[in-house]
Design a protein around this ligand. Structure first.
Ligand code: ZN
Length: 70
């Protein structure tokens, strides 16, 4: 067994996932991840054991290009 995963960190890049669900100070609020579509390719890269456990970070979840049009 490796170290337990940190639910506040993105399992893909290790950066903070900014998930409000994992933050006691904002628990109960809807996370950003409820409002954005998650890129299927990002999900495919996520270890199965991390899905439903650790959120992706906004960047990985949306596979954002460096200069995404908005
Ligand atoms: Zn990430």
């Amino acid at each position: 067994m490796s170290a337990p995963s940190d639910p506040t960190r993105c399992p893909l890049c290790g950066q903070s996932n900014q998930c409000t669900q994992a933050d006691p100070t904002s628990a109960g609020q809807d996370c950003w991840c409820f409002a954005v579509p998650i890129d299927p390719a990002a999900l495919a890269r996520t270890p199965p054991q991390e899905i439903d456990r650790s959120c992706l970070c906004p960047r990985c979840a949306q596979a954002l290009p460096p200069n995404a049009p908005s």
